[in-house]
Design a protein around this ligand. Structure first.
Ligand SMILES: [Cu+2]
Length: 108
């Protein structure tokens, strides 16, 4: 019985540590531009991108370099899991406003 409780509490502790270990980074879309246009993220780590679209029209967050594509509706946010990535510069863009919506992840 005691052994069971120890195992169960270790599992719970392991789970919560793992969940909080995923770092979160935020990108804002405003006037069809990404802010910041260059976002620093750590190499070799899976992370969560929160992309908030403050424009009145939808945008599609897209990167061919790290292979993600996700629609972000007006005045809402999308969560995108990325990585782990090797160090480098990875471009992303807004598929619906490619003239202005350009950015990059600086992975280091
Ligand atoms: Cu697309």
């Amino acid at each position: 019985m005691r052994r069971f409780f120890i195992a169960a509490s270790l599992m719970l502790a392991g789970f919560s540590v793992h969940a909080s270990e995923i770092p979160e980074y935020k990108l804002v879309i405003s006037n069809h531009r990404y802010q910041p246009a260059e976002l620093k993220v750590p190499a070799g780590v899976k992370f969560k991108l929160v992309v908030e679209n403050r424009d009145a029209s939808p945008e599609e967050f897209e990167s061919t370099e790290f292979n993600r594509e996700k629609i972000v509706m007006p005045n809402s946010s999308a969560h995108i899991y990325v990585g782990p990535l090797a160090a480098g510069r990875y471009k992303f863009f807004g598929d619906f406003h490619q003239d202005t919506a350009q950015g990059a992840l600086l992975v280091e």
